[in-house]
Design a protein around this ligand. Structure first.
Ligand SMILES: *[C@@H]1O[C@H](CO)[C@@H](O)[C@H](O)[C@H]1NC(C)=O
Ligand SMILES: *[C@@H]1O[C@H](CO)[C@@H](O)[C@H](O)[C@H]1NC(C)=O
Ligand SMILES: *[C@@H]1O[C@H](CO)[C@@H](O)[C@H](O)[C@H]1NC(C)=O
Ligand SMILES: *[C@@H]1O[C@H](CO)[C@@H](O)[C@H](O)[C@H]1NC(C)=O
Ligand SMILES: *[C@@H]1O[C@H](CO)[C@@H](O)[C@H](O)[C@H]1NC(C)=O
Ligand SMILES: *[C@@H]1O[C@H](CO)[C@@H](O)[C@H](O)[C@H]1NC(C)=O
Ligand SMILES: *[C@@H]1O[C@H](CO)[C@@H](O)[C@H](O)[C@H]1NC(C)=O
Ligand SMILES: *[C@@H]1O[C@H](CO)[C@@H](O)[C@H](O)[C@H]1NC(C)=O
Ligand SMILES: *[C@@H]1O[C@H](CO)[C@@H](O)[C@H](O)[C@H]1NC(C)=O
Ligand SMILES: *[C@@H]1O[C@H](CO)[C@@H](O)[C@H](O)[C@H]1NC(C)=O
Ligand SMILES: *[C@@H]1O[C@H](CO)[C@@H](O)[C@H](O)[C@H]1NC(C)=O
Ligand SMILES: *[C@@H]1O[C@H](CO)[C@@H](O)[C@H](O)[C@H]1NC(C)=O
Length: 706
């Protein structure tokens, strides 16, 4: 029995010993973790916390003894020194940086990007953090001169200084040249007042540089000779949005390791330098859009296509004066994702090899002089989401084959000249295409029937079928299925009674058709153009209330009758009111207050009578007032007392105005460019003051009694 007790006891003892052992290891370990944070650095962090403004109180997470566990902080596991300070956990912090940050002597990584320091200068104390490898103070709302103290950070590999407000500048770039370990340098939107020559000389002291981004730094020249003999590693070179006003220097094409070349919006002009085989063969992304570049780029594209390991993904050349044809070799860019050649003078057809670009997602040829038939192989581009063929001279037609496999297509636009191009697709086009969002087809033969293939499109947001040869009525399904933001069916032969298409939310243009019936009231739309139809009836009295969101209203060239409703003044954001060429009667509504933006009023060619309400002349933005060919009559000598100074065109011809032309007209209408008063009953003499109106270039006072 005694034996048994002993064994039991010893068993308990062993178990207890084990538990004790596990516990002590745990306690020792966690003690270890606690001692990780160095007290002096913890004190420094608390001082930093005290000086930071942190409205959302994220820094309340900085609590407890072990600062190494605090948000945004990383310590060295062995020594416990703070290595990383990253404020991404506390967006929008601001305030001041306490100088005791210099007590974080081992700090390697400091990230203050996207905080909001309310325009204070970049703290000079950063220059004392000489172990820093990584400093990101981009978009942190610092302003003023970038302190030269940053030049002390000779271990820095990554430096990102930037502001979206042009409020930082560098006056002397010399300090940059001491940052000889830099691999990444970005100073977007920093105004560098030194010359580019001085800047590039400093950059050339960074032999390890991989990425140089100096977007919008106010640099004015590109050096004619290669400035970077020291640098062989550069991969990313982005100098977009600098006012260079020069040609592309040929050394740029010698930087054969570049993967990204950005020089958009940089006032570059003239032709491309000759590209040799092997040049720029590592490029994945080239953006030269928005410049004044000229010349034929066929050779350049052809040469680039010979690169083995073809890696080009994004090629942007839009908005230049480039010419040439797309070579057949364009099909070799088999990794191409975006191709934007819009707004140039490219000619010739699209080569059939385009169908080989199986990764293509974005294709934009808008605004060139390309012609010929569109190859059916375009229908193989299954990844394509945007196909923009607008404003070119296409011939032939587009059929289901062209579109068959474009299963991801969301944005599609095409137009040609003089309907030389026909759109011959049938219902089954959209069998596989379900994501169309934006469709714009102009000056192509689409009709006569309304395209039924749109029926399946549940996500359609914009539908523009202008001058597309469509006749017949608007199908009722168009008014039901989807919520359209913009609908433009102008310049067709659409007939039948106009009924309200309730699902359009922003802009409706049905002008130049043969629509009949009265004007439906569209609440919510901002633009309504129903001009040049056969619409009749009166404008409902509640037009202003129901369509109070309008900015553009054009109902000209219809058969509307009745009065202009008083409620029109309730359309407070109206810019453009055109009701000309109808049979409107009655007087011009008296009340025009509260329409601060109205710029154009055209009520000409109606049968309006009475005077011109003085409140019209007081409209602060009015620049065109066109009231000719009505039965208006009033004494003009009293009409221009309180006028808006912006009025440029005043057309009152062929009415029954009487009285004399007031002398004050020059004082009250200083911007007047056209004054048309012919065919009235004006008397008196022509005031000499009229000759003082410097901008006046059309003056018609014929058929009066002057
Ligand atoms: C420090 O600890 C972390 C987390 O335990 C670990 O991911 C990291 O690799 C360690 N670093 C070193 C230098 O030991
Ligand atoms: C940046 O700081 C300025 C003060 O210099 C302030 O007016 C501005 O609102 C700040 N910007 C943002 C985005 O908060
Ligand atoms: C850093 O550089 C500035 C000027 O470039 C200099 O005045 C300063 O003494 C240097 N050292 C430290 C620790 O900031
Ligand atoms: C950049 O600095 C120069 C010289 O101080 C100044 O003339 C220019 O207006 C500044 N540019 C911008 C965009 O602030
Ligand atoms: C530009 O940098 C040089 C040194 O490279 C300096 O001496 C000069 O003052 C700076 N010039 C301007 C206009 O800031
Ligand atoms: C190349 O860089 C080294 C060190 O960064 C520098 O000493 C040298 O002057 C540079 N050479 C040129 C031509 O700029
Ligand atoms: C391209 O990179 C290689 C390897 O880093 C290097 O040897 C070569 O000099 C670089 N070429 C240029 C033009 O910088
Ligand atoms: C651009 O350079 C041309 C020729 O050197 C010069 O005539 C023109 O005035 C410059 N334009 C600007 C805006 O500096
Ligand atoms: C470009 O490189 C070629 C071959 O290495 C060389 O002959 C030529 O001078 C270089 N051009 C420029 C502008 O640096
Ligand atoms: C590229 O396209 C052309 C014409 O469509 C075709 O004949 C050729 O076989 C294609 N090449 C490859 C590699 O797919
Ligand atoms: C569409 O794609 C399928 C599968 O990739 C292919 O078999 C078919 O030939 C393609 N059709 C057209 C018209 O390109
Ligand atoms: C519209 O207003 C006019 C004048 O105020 C009035 O004569 C007419 O009866 C009104 N019409 C309707 C339908 O209310």
């Amino acid at each position: 029995m005694g034996k048994m007790t002993i064994t039991k006891l010893s068993r308990y003892f062993i178990i207890h010993l084990l538990v004790l052992l596990v516990l002590t290891t745990y306690v020792v370990r966690s003690l270890d973790a606690n001692t990780l944070c160095i007290n002096e650095e913890r004190e420094a962090l608390l001082k930093i916390k005290k000086d930071l403004k942190d409205p959302a109180n994220y820094l309340s997470l900085w609590d407890g003894m072990n600062c190494c566990n605090w948000a945004g902080i990383e310590c060295d596991n062995q020594t416990g020194h703070v290595l990383n300070l990253d404020f991404h956990f506390a967006p929008n912090i601001g305030g001041e940086i306490n100088p005791s940050i210099s007590d974080l002597k081992y700090l390697k990584h400091l990230d203050l990007s996207y905080s909001n320091f309310q325009g204070i200068p970049i703290p000079k104390v950063f220059g004392s953090l000489n172990m820093l490898r990584y400093l990101d103070i981009s978009y942190a709302n610092f302003s003023g001169i970038v302190p030269t103290h940053l030049g002390n950070l000779s271990n820095l590999q990554y430096l990102y200084i930037s502001t979206s407000f042009y409020s930082l500048w560098v006056q002397d770039v010399t300090w940059l040249s001491t940052l000889s370990s830099l691999q990444f340098l970005s100073m977007e939107y920093v105004n560098i007042t030194n010359t580019s020559h001085e800047l590039f000389r400093a950059v050339n002291m960074m032999p390890s540089l991989l990425e140089l981004s100096l977007i919008s730094c106010n640099l004015r020249t590109l050096p004619p000779l290669f400035p970077f003999e020291n640098i062989t590693s550069l991969l990313v070179f982005d100098l977009s949005q600098n006012p260079f006003n020069s040609s592309i220097p040929s050394w740029l094409f010698n930087m054969s390791n570049l993967t990204h070349l950005g020089l958009s919006s940089s006032s570059l002009r003239g032709p491309f330098p000759l590209l040799r085989r092997g040049n720029l063969c590592n490029l994945q992304n080239m953006d030269l859009s928005n410049n004044d570049l000229t010349g034929d780029i066929t050779q350049m594209l052809d040469t680039l296509s010979y690169c083995s390991n073809q890696g080009m993904k994004k090629l942007y050349l839009s908005s230049n004066y480039l010419t040439g044809k797309l070579p057949h070799s364009v099909g070799e860019f088999n990794n191409l994702v975006d191709l934007d050649l819009s707004s140039n003078s490219f000619s010739g057809p699209i080569p059939a090899t385009i169908g080989n670009l199986s990764n293509l997602e974005y294709l934009n040829f808008e605004g060139n002089m390309m012609n010929g038939e569109i190859p059916g192989s375009i229908g193989q581009l299954t990844q394509l989401t945007t196909l923009n063929l607008f404003r070119n001279n296409w011939e032939g037609s587009m059929t289901n084959i062209h579109l068959h496999n474009l299963t991801n297509l969301a944005v599609f636009s095409i137009s040609s000249k003089q309907n030389s191009f026909a759109f011959k697709v049938t219902q089954d086009w959209t069998q596989y295409i379900k994501n169309l969002f934006y469709v714009k087809i102009s000056d192509c033969q689409v009709g006569p029937a309304f395209p039924n293939w749109l029926r399946n499109q549940k996500f359609l947001n914009t539908l523009i079928l202008q001058n597309a040869g469509i006749s017949g009525e608007i199908p009722s399904w168009l008014c039901m299925f989807f919520q359209i933001w913009e609908l433009d069916l102008s310049h067709n032969k659409i007939s039948g009674h106009l009924s309200k298409i309730t699902n359009v939310s922003n802009y409706v243009n049905l002008s130049f058709n043969q629509l009949k019936g009265s004007i439906p009231l569209w609440s919510g739309v901002k633009g309504l153009d129903l001009s040049n139809n056969l619409l009749s009836g009166t404008l409902p009295n509640n037009t202003g209330e129901e369509m109070s969101h309008l900015m553009f209203l054009d109902l000209s060239n219809n058969h509307l009758s009745g009065i202009i409703p008083l409620s029109i003044y309730r359309i407070q954001n109206l810019l453009y009111l055109v009701l000309s060429n109808n049979h409107l009667t009655g007087t011009i509504p008296v009340f025009w207050m509260g329409m601060p933006h109205l710029r154009i009023i055209d009520l000409s060619n109606n049968s309006l009578s009475g005077g011109i309400p003085t409140s019209i002349f007081s409209l602060p933005s009015l620049s065109i007032l066109e009231l000719s060919n009505n039965n208006l009559s009033t004494n003009l000598s009293l009409a221009f007392q309180n006028c808006t100074p912006k009025l440029q065109i005043l057309s009152l011809g062929n009415n029954r105005f009487f009285g004399s032309i007031p002398k004050e007209i020059t004082k009250n209408l200083p911007s007047l460019a056209e004054l048309l008063l012919r065919g009235n009953a004006l008397t008196g003499s022509i005031p000499e003051e009229l000759y003082v109106l410097h901008s006046l270039h059309v003056l018609d006072l014929a058929n009066n009694n002057l």
